[in-house]
Design a protein around this ligand. Structure first.
Ligand code: PLP
Length: 352
């Protein structure tokens, strides 16, 4: 089931005008939101980025936040998968073909979902191949625009060589990849290029930086030279669907040196594991008894859960507490029941 301009329908029935500026000019913006166990991940942040993209192309947001949340929730419940990606797109609407933005058009709003496919166990274990290419895209890569021809060309050049990604450099510096952000590790320090108009401000990029900070892993956000990329000990790409994926072969050569050369490095493995834990989170208002109440529910469904391993992190203003539970489950049903009971608990605000 998809959503188009206020209506829900099967995708085969969805129709738009051939004069839609999204079709004619790529005059639109989009978001891709990962959904775990039917919960959108970092929805607020995705909708804030949507607003930034809309502002950058002078397109009024057709929906308030609450309406977007409702639409996303309806799409999630109208589709069969537990883990999904929700794709949403706003274009300027239909008008006589003319480059300058016309005023007063009715924007076209489209949402669809597909099954969330994260990297296979083999890719996580062995990493992926990438090539380095010159970043020949435009200078506003911070806008999540539907005009993705440059990214599509670069990704195709990578695919031609059996690679999953094209890692891009502009003026001797790393920018990002054709559909992901890039981190490298050099001498134990994680390096990430700063946000600018030359890269998309990835939501996963932010999550990874938060994880690095929260776990006191050495990291620097600063320009990364092409030579540093090429001599990196580790390279990873991050995105909502790829999560944290090691690049182990760059331009046909193994990444790194020594015994880990050509394999996912130790920092990547750690961050990948922390990212997976981060998704298994229970959040609630900071109040007496919250952690204990969660421990009791978890123990009911996973008796060997050790409360000493419970991770706790207060939100920035201290109003919310997020708990991370590592649970060994023997069946999907066991996890589903635990998830349901946590969702129904009056002290729990959100379960991921
Ligand atoms: N950079 C580009 C060019 C992308 O297309 C994407 C995602 O599709 C990203 C970075 C990663 O963004 P996010 O982590 O929000 O998925």
């Amino acid at each position: 089931m998809i959503h188009l301009n206020g209506e829900f329908m099967p995708i085969e029935q969805a129709k738009i005008s051939v004069l839609d500026r999204g079709f004619i000019f790529g005059d639109g913006v989009y978001e891709v939101i990962p959904v775990y166990s039917r919960r959108p991940f970092r929805l607020e942040e995705h909708l804030a980025r949507l607003q930034a993209s809309l502002d950058a192309i002078r397109l009024a947001n057709p929906n308030p936040l609450a309406k977007w949340t409702e639409l996303v929730e309806k799409i999630i419940s109208g589709n069969p998968w537990e883990d999904q990606t929700v794709y949403l797109q706003v274009t300027r609407g239909a008008a006589k073909r003319d480059h300058a933005f016309p005023k007063g058009l009715k924007p076209t709003v489209f949402l669809m979902a597909s099954e969330l496919v994260t990297p296979s166990a083999d890719l996580v274990e062995n990493g992926a191949r990438a090539i380095v290419l010159p970043d020949f895209r435009w200078l506003r890569c911070d806008i999540k625009s539907t005009s993705l021809l440059g990214n599509c060309m670069l990704r195709t050049l990578a695919a031609d060589q059996g690679c999953v990604e094209a890692i891009l450099v502009r003026d001797g510096e790393l920018t990002e990849a054709s559909a992901s952000n890039v981190f490298i590790v050099k001498n134990g320090t994680v390096l990430a290029p700063p946000k600018s108009q030359l890269i998309l401000p990835g939501i996963t990029y932010d999550v990874v930086l938060e994880i690095l900070h929260a776990n006191a892993l050495p990291h620097e956000v600063r320009p990364v030279a092409e030579s540093e990329l090429r001599s990196a000990d580790e390279i990873w790409v991050t995105s909502s669907s790829r999560e944290v994926l090691a690049i182990t072969t760059l331009d046909g050569k193994p990444v790194g040196t020594g015994k880990d050369a050509g394999k996912p490095g130790p920092v990547c493995k750690r961050v990948h594991a922390l990212y997976q834990q981060y998704k298994a989170k229970v959040m609630g208002k900071t109040q007496a008894g919250f952690a204990q109440a969660v421990i009791e529910v978890v123990k009911r469904h996973a008796p060997d859960f050790d409360p000493a391993t419970l991770g706790m992190r207060p939100s920035r203003e201290g109003k919310y507490l997020s708990l991370t539970c590592n649970v060994r489950a023997v069946s999907r049903e066991q996890l589903d029941e635990l998830y349901r009971e946590l969702c129904d608990h009056p002290m729990v605000t959100m379960v991921l």
